[in-house]
Structures are given as C-alpha cells and as structure tokens.
Design a protein around this ligand. Structure first.
Ligand SMILES: [Zn+2]
Length: 432
C-alpha cells in the first residue's frame, strides 16, 4: 500500500505512549556513527511560512503544547544534531556525495547554537493535550499556521506523546507531505523523512521473505540506506526506479532524485558502492538483456515467479553434462592490484545443489588473464546473499562476473537476482 503525494498513506513506525521528551537510541550498524556528526548547515535562508523564491528544502519544526510545555531551548540543538545525522547517513551510505537541503530562518553566525535556532522553528500545537496528540492534529495545526508550501518538506519533532509517521512526497511538498517524529533519534527520524522522499519499507521478493537490514526496516540498529542500490536509493543512476512495495503494487521510486536533495556526485568514501548498471543489478528489463549464457543442454530464462528485488530474476535450467555459466555480458573496468567483491542472491528449487562465483580478469586487449573462483556454495530455497572477493592481477583492465554450477548435479533449476560489484578500496562492503 503506497500512495504518492497528497493521499493519506501513513507509515507508522513506533508504538504510541512514550514519556515526554523521548530520546531514542542511535543506530550503530553497520558501524558506529561519529560522536558528533558533521554540521550540515543551511542550504537556503527563507521565511518558514512563505519561502518565496527559495529552492526546495526541508523545514524542521519543534512542536509543543501546554500539557508538556515549551522546551525549545533545551531541545533545539538535540534536534539539529539529529538532522545532521540524517544528512550524514545519506552521504555515508554510498560513495556518492549527496546531502539534504535545509531551510533556515536566518543565515547563522557560524556557531552551532545559532545554526540550530535558525534551522528549527518552534510552533505551539494549540489543540494538543496530554496524554496523547495524534499526528493528524499536529499536521492540522501546522497547516493552519501556514506551514504548507509546495517547496517545503516538513520534518516535525513533537515534544509530547504522539506518533511517528510520514506521508510520501517524492516530488512536491506541503504539510500533507510531512514526517512527524515523537521518538527522537536519527534512525526513526531518518526513516520517516526517507518515507517523505518516496522510500517504502525495504522488502524482499514475491512471498514476504526477510527484509533488508537497512534504515527502512531496521531503523533501530541500521543507519545505512539501500546497500544493494536496488530498492529505493540509487545515486549512481538517478533515472533508475525500483519497486518500493510488495507485489502487486506498481509504485516505483528512487529517492536520489528528490528535489530537496543535492545532485549526487561521484565519488567519495561510503559504506557501499557499485560498478554495475541498474539492469545488471536487478534484471528488470522487459526482455532479458545484459547477461550471457553458455552450457550445452542447459538454458537461461527470465522468470517472473521468483525474484528477490523488483519483479523478475534469472532462472537457470541445469540439464546435461556441460557446465553452465551465467555471465554479466559487460565487463566493468577494474584497476590492477585493487580488490573487488561480487555479491549475488541465489536460491535453488532443489536441495543439495552447489554453485560457484567467479571473477575473470581481462587485459585491455580483451584477453582472459586468469579466473578467481569461490569455494562451493550450498544453495538454499531462500534468497541468501552470497559474495566473493578477489584482487585484480597485474595488467587486469576489466572483470567478467560469472555464476556457475559444477557438473554432476543432475537436472534442477536455480535463480539469481540482486547483483552488486563492490570496489573494495579502501574497504569492501561487509555482508549484512
Ligand atoms: Zn516506515
């Protein structure tokens, strides 16, 4: 269930009923956040009610009511730090430089205290009261107070018991396209803001299998976005879109092109990176493109009944004695002496079958120099993520990615989906 823009699809993430001034636990996976996140700073200075002529940006609001009093001074820098952390998460998730455009009331004087107060606007929710004030009441109040500009995406921190939820607004803002957050940490607030940008919950496949471990599912532990570049965030190919909800939903998104974000720029250091195209990663084109096959007697086909991401995957029908190989037709460029990690999700329709991952190294003249092969991988009926890393030998200029099944295993079918080619320098993306 996903609605876009003004429809009232709400993504609630936290149960109600926390005490006043709730501080959550910051997500710490896949590795610890910095003790103090970089100050994101103001991307634009505008009147929070009438940001005429300003660029699209996020407006941060502190909401309070008489029941729990106005604790703005005690809260404002805490909120600004959380917003800075959300920006850090986005940028740190990949090797692309991308940031959130924040709207401030005035150009700050350079101190953190002044920046926080320029960023976070206090607003009293007149009809709010203890013990609980719904996010709908919060939004109605803010809308009535004039916070409803199509160039603004609102991130509201409530200082009273409410609920954390969001409404998706991938292209146009307004108060009905806002995130309300009552549990204050970057996992929850980031999760809700990513919903506003257009992300759904990261989900898996055709039959409700396990979720990805990332901010859109494991927001209490994980801060990184879409580590496979295949569900809602792909800064490397902003024209690509991905299904953000289980079938039969047809809603797609790629929040990397959201108007309140800066244009992604390659390359810096981040948790994940990828050298494949969206088609090579997700295998979603109408016809099977980007892959090659060899192995007399066996065959490769597109399947729409089994898939991990999107709505399609590759199926290999293993039959006969010749060893079958599936390869990514394009050979991505590599640098000799550097390390590369090939990820792919595999499942089998039969028990006790084995596969192997290979990195074949080619020189600039197109001659195969050597092949690095993984050990035997026992296939399961679930979509396990498999990986194999190796270092490009001297003179290597490109790499061939292959999946194969050793001979002597009889007749069976297996599927592959969700590929990724990670450049490991300075570090490989870990398996998560
Ligand atoms: Zn959610």
């Amino acid at each position: 269930m996903v609605a876009v823009a003004t429809a009232a699809t709400v993504f609630a993430t936290t149960p109600p009923a926390y005490a006043h001034h709730r501080t959550g636990t910051e997500p710490f996976l896949p590795y610890a956040q910095p003790a103090t996140p970089p100050k994101r700073g103001c991307a634009t200075v505008a009147n929070p009610i009438a940001p005429t002529g300003s660029i699209p940006a996020v407006q941060v609001i502190y909401a309070w009511h008489d029941g729990d009093a106005n604790n703005y001074e005690a809260s404002v820098e805490q909120i600004a730090r959380i917003v800075d952390r959300i920006d850090w998460m986005l940028d740190e998730s990949t090797n692309y430089d991308q940031h959130i455009n924040l709207s401030c009331r005035w150009a700050d004087n350079g101190t953190y205290a002044d920046y926080a107060r320029a960023l976070v606007v206090p607003e009293k929710i007149e009809s709010g009261s203890n013990p609980f004030t719904s996010s709908g009441t919060v939004r109605a109040d803010l809308h009535g107070a004039g916070f409803d500009d199509s160039n603004r995406y609102y991130l509201v921190f409530t200082d009273f018991e409410s609920e954390s939820d969001a409404i998706q607004c991938p292209t146009t803002g307004g108060m009905w396209c806002s995130a309300v957050v009552e549990l204050w940490d970057s996992g929850v607030a980031g999760h809700e803001l990513l919903h506003v940008f257009g992300a759904g919950h990261a989900w898996s496949a055709e039959n409700g299998q396990a979720y990805f471990a990332d901010n859109m599912y494991g927001w209490w532990d994980y801060w990184m976005l879409d580590q496979d570049f295949n569900t809602y965030y792909d800064p490397s190919e902003t024209t690509a879109s991905f299904y953000i909800d289980p079938a039969p939903s047809t809603t797609t998104a790629n929040i990397a092109r959201h108007p309140a974000l800066t244009t992604p720029a390659c390359c810096d250091v981040g948790f994940s990176n990828d050298l494949l195209t969206a088609q090579e990663r997700t295998i979603e084109a109408a016809t099977l493109t980007g892959f090659s096959f060899s192995g007399t007697g066996s065959s490769m086909a597109l399947t729409t009944t089994r898939y991990y991401d999107g709505r399609k995957a590759l199926q290999v029908n293993v039959n006969g004695t010749a060893q079958p190989f599936v390869s990514v037709t394009r050979r991505p460029p590599v640098t000799a002496g550097q390390t590369y990690k090939f990820f792919v999700r595999l499942r089998s329709d039969a028990a006790s079958k084995n596969a192997q991952l290979q990195l074949g190294w080619y020189n600039s003249g197109g001659t195969l120099l050597s092949t690095s092969s993984s050990g035997s991988i026992g296939l399961l009926s679930t979509w396990e993520e498999r990986s194999f890393q190796a270092t490009a030998p001297a003179s290597a200029a490109s790499v061939r990615l292959r999946v194969t099944t050793p001979t002597g295993q009889g007749t069976f079918t297996y599927q592959l989906d969700s590929l990724l080619l990670n450049h490991c320098n300075p570090t490989c993306r870990p398996n998560v």
